[in-house]
Unconditional design. Sequence first.
Lengths: 102, 102
Amino acid sequence: MFADLPSELPAELVHVLVETPSIRIERIVSTGQRSDAGFWYDQNESEWVIVLKGQAELSFADGTPPKSMCPGDHVMIPAHQKHRIEWTSPSEPTVWLAIFFP
Amino acid sequence: MFADLPSELPAELVHVLVETPSIRIERIVSTGQRSDAGFWYDQNESEWVIVLKGQAELSFADGTPPKSMCPGDHVMIPAHQKHRIEWTSPSEPTVWLAIFFP
């Protein structure tokens, strides 16, 4: 999970760890990436995501307060709750573990 | 995830973080606990589990080599693959994140 962490990436690095008809588990590494201006994720699946390393901030379109995330912080994002990555640490890789399910 | 970690527990501490018809996500804290002699977990669900803190060793009844686990190490345990917790660190809490699914 923490091996081979690049210090700089042109885009987020996504590695699918498990994929079955019922769930998908991904490791995502960010190195300062954030969602494009005006972009919102609007997903058909629910997502539970935890930051394991680094730091990040999520924001939500529905008025839910922005969430600053340090290692160990996790959040449940129901399907179609629009959200975006407002910020990830530029000074170290941020490692996310994301679980997607119906 | 890493808050309020007890240094000693009479038994493993299990906290269900998410439960839906399709998945269950648990935080499990061990403080030296291991499976009872001769006991094997034999689960109807598949389990993907990662150690986030501490150290542990799993073993398997089917001849799969034992797996020593440090933070970031993860393992997929298909339903009914018999396994047991051979050892968890007695010197610090071990934090597991376990995802169960059909």
